[in-house]
Ligand binder design. Structure first.
Ligand SMILES: [Ca+2]
Ligand SMILES: [Ca+2]
Ligand SMILES: [Ca+2]
Ligand SMILES: [Ca+2]
Length: 134
């Protein structure tokens, strides 16, 4: 059963990567899904709520941390290392949340507290999106 879930998640990741050329439409859909108050932007609260869901979804072995195989397609070894200050080669929720906060900041150059569609479509925005939307 666990194996099946893992296979499914890898297939879903592959599908996501295949779908990336049409990313403008995907990004709009992601923004909509991440924006329950429907103001057209993602604030930090909405980003963290999305991140929580993603963390749960990709943590297929259901322990308290994300390992490299669970982060496949989202973070490479270098990215994982940078986001892993306690150096246990996995991300707990606190580390993941800190990473999302840092990416949110990077994707929000106008510093207005929210990510709009244009910001979400930027390279930094796309990095943020993979962490908070699946
Ligand atoms: Ca919003
Ligand atoms: Ca795990
Ligand atoms: Ca860690
Ligand atoms: Ca902004």
């Amino acid at each position: 059963m666990r194996k099946l879930a893992q296979t499914f998640s890898i297939a879903a990741t592959a599908l996501f990567l295949t779908a990336s050329p049409t990313f403008a439409a995907d990004t709009a859909a992601a923004l909509k899904a991440l924006d329950p108050d429907n103001d057209g932007t993602i604030d930090m609260k909405e980003a963290i709520a999305g991140a929580k869901k993603v963390f749960k979804t990709i943590n297929t072995d259901d322990d308290k941390t994300l390992e490299a195989d669970e982060l496949q397609g989202m973070l490479d070894a270098e990215g994982l290392d940078a986001a892993d200050p306690d150096d246990d080669d996995s991300l707990d929720w606190k580390e993941y949340r800190a990473l999302v906060k840092a990416k949110f900041k990077a994707a929000n150059p106008d510093d207005d507290g929210t990510i709009d569609l244009k910001e979400l479509e930027s390279p930094a925005g796309q990095e943020l999106m993979t962490l908070i939307y699946k």
